[in-house]
Ligand binder design. Structure first.
Ligand code: FAD
Ligand code: N01
Length: 551
């Protein structure tokens, strides 16, 4: 059920402002309301959902089992909600969040259709002033950015992009009313997770589908399926244990439910004979490359796995030229975010689906009638941009955020994001970021990381209130140490290999400095660190009026 609410009247007395009404913002609102804290949420969209409100493209679904990619904080919700599939589709995930929001009556504190333009720290008032695109000014001592890591859509800078006379649409801004694709000549630019999910679905209805690929993708079968009563019963019996395992794991995933982020394997591909490798390929198909411990860490093992992957592409894709173009050759397996699919490669065997390999035949321009590549014009009715996001820092940098002394966050982060624990930034007191850079965030089941951050922030605010502390921000040394630690643990891994180009590194955004943004240390270890810091009276943070007055 979706309940339309009037825009709530603004108050002069907020304690905390939250920006964003996705899974993070809604759980944060719930926690703060229970503390009796006066809170408003500001959301650009017309409803809750965040990622699952904006990304409505055909085929959109999660790739972590929904029984795990769901809130754990309400046992009632956990017991009452029934997921229909192993990995739920966008409409079901959106419905789920709407159900939670209705159940706890959360909408009444959200200002929808309202985008925060600026957030400035006022040193005299010791608080934040936010302005919006609707002319609002909101003030509160604390602000929490629940603005999302994959919420700042990227449109490529291709000449003529505005000249197209047909329908242009981004997967990440897919209109609620849908896009007419039936019988149309559809072109899609990009072959990341969004495109890989969308392509097989669009091929089912389009008159023709042309895929414009710059970098081929390693993608693994989703093995999605309907969930049985037996599946649900088994999980419900051990839910508490499962959630505890998630919280202390590497990637926020417990064993045995499937999804893209599997348990760490132990066998090494380099220990297998050629015959054994072939046998593994016959048995496991594409998934073979994810089953060996040395593939993510040893370049030679990675190359062997790449050969097997290529062999698998050739087995599935009938046209040898298309198969060759679809085979990733330049980057190692595991350096980019895992992609999962349902019949991605098989889709290219359909006569109305074609691939344009942009490495051989680059896009020259968008024209009124379609896309012109170096070799020819492709006439299209619809162009879909599945071209990704300015990840992790994009949503924050699109707000004019200024801290002490008017320092701009975008300038502080000009050489890459700097913060403490991914939670707070030196020079920006009383500003929290949920799943910010420098935290496990996008390397995990995000639901686990979101809940951990919301709980930590809520406990922290309670601590500040009960100790009469007005301000909090990281010490510069603590921040520097944390940034060094985040970089050190990532160095030498596949993620930062010179041949790797990924949004984790910010390389998809022109001008963005190459820095691996999430924290690779694992959600369990990270949680422990955050808890220790809190237990030590928030070590590494400067607390209170007196300390800050001296800065
Ligand atoms: P979001 O859901 O991104 O919500 C942020 C909200 O903030 C948005 O609604 C946005 O409109 C709002 N906002 C931003 N800036 C402003 C502003 N200036 N003013 C007002 N409002 C603003 N993660 C997983 O762990 N597993 C998955 O299977 C998975 N699948 C994904 C599939 C897709 C297609 C995408 C794009 C991401 C996926 N993710 C997945 C990551 C996903 O983003 C997170 O799991 C999670 O939904 C993030 O929730 P959030 O509330 O932190 O942010
Ligand atoms: O974006 P991407 P996405 N010309 O950045 C191409 C999550 N997610 O929206 O690699 C031509 O991965 C670009 O090419 P290249 C998940 O975390 C999860 O697909 O830069 N091509 C690439 O192919 C994911 O990682 C799910 O050479 C251009 C594509 O566009 C993240 O969101 C589903 C181009 C962008 O791929 C982002 O995924 C969907 C240009 N000018 C999303 N510019 C799940 O299944 C860009 N490209 C859980």
């Amino acid at each position: 059920m979706t309940t339309t609410v009037e825009r709530p009247a603004l108050s002069a007395d907020y304690d905390v402002l939250i920006v964003g009404a996705g899974f993070a913002g809604m759980y944060q609102l719930y926690r703060l309301r229970n503390l009796g804290v006066r809170t408003a949420v500001i959301e650009a969209g017309s409803d809750v959902g965040g990622t699952w409100y904006w990304n409505r493209y055909p085929g959109a679904r999660c790739d972590v089992a929904s029984l795990e990619y769901s809130y754990s904080w309400s046992k009632d919700v956990q017991n009452d909600w029934v997921w229909s599939e192993l990995m739920a589709s966008q409409p079901e995930i959106e419905r789920y969040l709407q159900y939670v929001v209705d159940r706890f009556d959360l909408r009444r504190d959200v200002l929808f259709n309202t985008r925060v333009k600026s957030a400035h720290y006022d040193e005299t008032a010791k608080g934040w002033t936010l302005t919006t695109d609707r002319g609002d000014t909101l003030r509160a001592p604390f602000t929490i950015m629940a603005t999302g890591c994959l919420s700042a859509p990227m449109l490529p800078n291709i000449p003529g992009i505005d000249s197209f006379q047909g329908t242009s649409v981004q997967t990440s801004l897919w209109p609620k009313e849908g896009v007419e694709l039936t019988g149309k000549r559809v072109g899609i630019i990009g072959t990341g997770s969004s495109a890989v999910q969308a392509i097989p679905e669009i091929a089912k209805v389009a008159g023709s589908l042309t895929v414009f690929q710059r970098t081929p993708t390693y993608t693994w079968p989703a093995n999605n399926r309907p969930l049985t009563d037996e599946d649900q019963r088994k999980v419900r019996e051990t839910y508490d244990q499962l959630r505890e395992t998630e919280r202390n794991s590497l990637a926020g995933i417990a064993l045995g439910l499937g999804g893209a982020l599997y348990a760490a394997p132990t066998t090494k591909i380099m220990d297998l004979s050629e015959e054994e490798r072939r046998a593994a390929l016959d048995q496991h198909g594409f998934a073979v490359t994810r089953m060996f411990a040395d593939v993510p860490t040893n370049m030679e093992a990675n190359s062997v796995a790449r050969e097997l992957y290529g062999e698998m592409v050739r087995r599935v894709v009938k046209d040898p030229e298309t198969a060759a173009s679809l085979m990733p050759t330049e980057h190692p397996i595991g350096c980019k975010r895992a992609v999962i699919d349902t019949n991605y490669f098989g889709t290219f065997n359909q006569p109305h689906v074609s691939l344009v390999d942009l490495r051989k035949d680059p896009i020259a321009e968008i024209t009124p009638g379609g896309i012109r590549t170096a070799s020819r014009e492709h006439d299209l009715d619809v162009i879909i941009y599945a071209t990704g996001f300015d990840a992790m820092t994009g949503a924050l940098n699109r707000i004019d955020i200024r801290g002490r002394g008017g320092e701009r966050l975008i300038e502080k982060w000009a050489d890459g994001p700097r913060n403490y624990l991914g939670l707070m930034v030196e020079g920006f007191p009383n500003l929290f970021t949920i799943t910010g850079p420098g935290s496990p965030s996008v390397l995990s089941n995000m639901m686990v990381s979101i809940e951990q951050h919301v709980d930590w922030i809520t406990d922290c605010l309670e601590h500040l209130r009960s100790h009469g502390i007005e301000t909090m921000e990281p010490e510069l040394e603590a921040e520097d140490r944390w940034v060094d630690h985040v970089n050190n643990v990532a160095s030498g891994t596949m993620y930062v290999a010179p041949s790797c180009h990924s949004w984790y590194l910010g390389e998809n955004v022109p001008g963005k400095v190459r820095q691996f943004m999430p924290y690779i240390g694992g959600v369990g270890r990270y949680r422990q660190k955050c808890d220790e810091i809190a237990a030590n009276g928030y070590s590494g943070f400067v607390l209170g009026k007196a300390a800050l007055a001296a800065v």
